[in-house]
Design a protein around this ligand. Structure first.
Ligand SMILES: Cc1cc2nc3c(=O)[nH]c(=O)nc-3n(C[C@H](O)[C@H](O)[C@H](O)COP(=O)(O)OP(=O)(O)OC[C@H]3O[C@@H](n4cnc5c(N)ncnc54)[C@H](O)[C@@H]3O)c2cc1C
Length: 417
């Protein structure tokens, strides 16, 4: 039986490893010439030499926002470096260690971009791939597909009146690379997630002025103790020089950076695959956030947000493979649809529109459910305690979060700082 893995980022490598261990023949198609996905650095921000959109969002100053103790795989931890928070280069080094240890690279077809995925016969797939070097498209049949193309490649940029006539520079964090662009500028960072925090940190010593526009009233004022960043609510409109906010205040800016997240994008799935995407809110219908309910020989890995992504992808892959290979039987089509509907309404009741949003405590409940359903090993409890601990420190002192170091001394206790 043959599985196609789309993408050789962290998720794709993990998918290849577990598929091989499940006894499947594996082909990984990777459109770039390197493993690692978003952990690969590129000065290019628009198109690569094959005229494809540049995939990576990595910036020069990028350091992990989770400690290495919960960024490795459940049975293959990261041991690189003395500190808990690693540079992007160190993570990329780990990606190579992982790929080499499981001898994955020989299964990867680099510079092969998947352009079309179509159902074939009852349960199979026809996958058309463009060989970028030779500029030819060829089609191969597979029994299973593990889609691991990443969720940080298609920027979401909000639209505001007057945005086009603004004379300053505007960019999404996806295209941000070097902090020297902030030198002497009046900078507005839009958003309050991890990239917004990083970019404010980068800008605050170089820019002449830094402000942040945020949507939620609940957003913690991360920089209040530093007294360097002025905070504004949402943008209402732009003039040629100024940004006008919804509370009526306005100010002159020379650079606006949108740290406003990404949209799900699965451009290669034909309509007949039965899966649709809605902005950054949902990919549907999926059972347990990954298995394609209409054609359950496909799984989409890594859609969950605010998670320990490597660990959650690892368990999603082990889960999917148990059903692909027939070790476990799927529930009925109706049961899977009902399970998805319940999952959506559970979040909506709490005001969460993003179906794949996890965080604490959904992530732990979710992985336990995957482990129960597929009878596979759950993730270690200490990971969740450490994740919760990180979130707590982040809420009170985000700028110093990365100065903490952790050591897991007992997988069932701790963490000890
Ligand atoms: C700036 C930034 C910082 C982050 N920091 C952290 C962190 O500190 N800790 C953490 O846990 N997570 C972090 N994340 C989340 C991160 O995305 C995940 O941890 C993880 O690395 C995602 O892996 P992935 O394999 O799902 O996707 P990606 O890394 O995006 O890899 C997808 C791969 O698929 C390939 N591909 C895409 N389309 C096609 C196609 N059509 N054909 C063939 N190949 C294709 C791409 O070239 C790429 O190699 C961060 C994300 C961003 C954007």
């Amino acid at each position: 039986m043959k599985v196609c893995v789309i993408g050789a980022g962290v998720g794709g490598l993990c998918a290849a490893r577990h598929s091989l261990e499940a006894g499947l023949e594996v082909v990984v198609f990777e459109k770039s010439d390197e493993i690692g996905g978003i952990w690969v650095y590129s000065e290019e921000t628009d198109k690569d030499i094959y005229d494809l959109d540049v995939h990576t969002s990595r910036y020069q100053s990028l350091t992990t926002n989770l400690p290495k103790e919960i960024m490795g795989f459940p049975d293959f931890p990261i041991t690189i470096g003395d500190k808990s928070f690693l540079t992007a280069d160190q993570i990329q080094r780990f990606n190579h260690t992982y790929a080499d240890y499981f001898d994955l690279k020989r299964h990867i077809k680099f510079l092969h971009c998947v352009v079309l995925v179509e159902p074939y016969a009852d349960t199979q797939w026809r996958i058309s791939t463009k060989d970028l070097v030779n500029n030819i498209v060829f089609t191969t049949t597979f029994d299973f597909v593990l889609v691991c193309n990443g969720i940080h490649q298609t920027p979401h940029i909000p639209i505001y009146p007057g945005q086009d006539r603004f004379h300053g520079k505007q960019l999404h964090s996806h295209k941000y690379r070097r902090k020297d662009i902030f030198h002497g500028e009046r900078v507005l960072i839009v958003g309050s997630g991890a990239s917004a925090v990083d970019l404010i940190s980068d800008a605050r010593n170089l820019a002449s002025y830094v402000a942040q526009s945020y949507r939620s009233n609940n957003t913690v004022d991360l920089f209040s103790s530093y007294n360097v960043v002025k905070r504004y609510p949402e943008i209402e409109q732009f003039t040629s020089e100024e940004v006008v906010f919804v509370d009526g205040r306005k100010e002159v800016f020379t650079i606006v950076v949108y740290c406003t997240g990404y949209r799900y994008n699965l451009p290669f799935l034909s309509a007949s695959c039965g899966v649709t995407t809605k902005g950054n809110q949902i990919v549907s219908p999926l059972w347990q956030h990954c298995i394609n309910i209409h054609r359950p020989t496909m799984a989409i890995i890594g859609l969950c947000q605010f998670v320990m992504s490597s660990q959650i992808m690892d368990i999603q892959i082990r889960f999917s493979l148990k059903f692909f290979t027939g070790v476990k039987s799927l529930p009925s089509h109706e049961e899977m649809l009902l399970s998805e509907a319940n999952e959506i309404s559970k979040r909506l009741r709490k005001g969460i529109k993003k179906t794949h949003f996890m965080g604490v405590p959904y992530m732990d409940q979710y992985q336990k459910e995957l482990a129960r359903l597929a009878e596979i090993k759950p993730l270690s409890p200490v990971s969740f305690r450490l994740f919760r601990h990180i979130v707590k420190i982040g809420e009170s002192d985000l700028l110093n979060l990365r100065n903490n170091n952790f050591k897991i001394v007992n997988k069932n206790k701790g963490p000890y700082v």
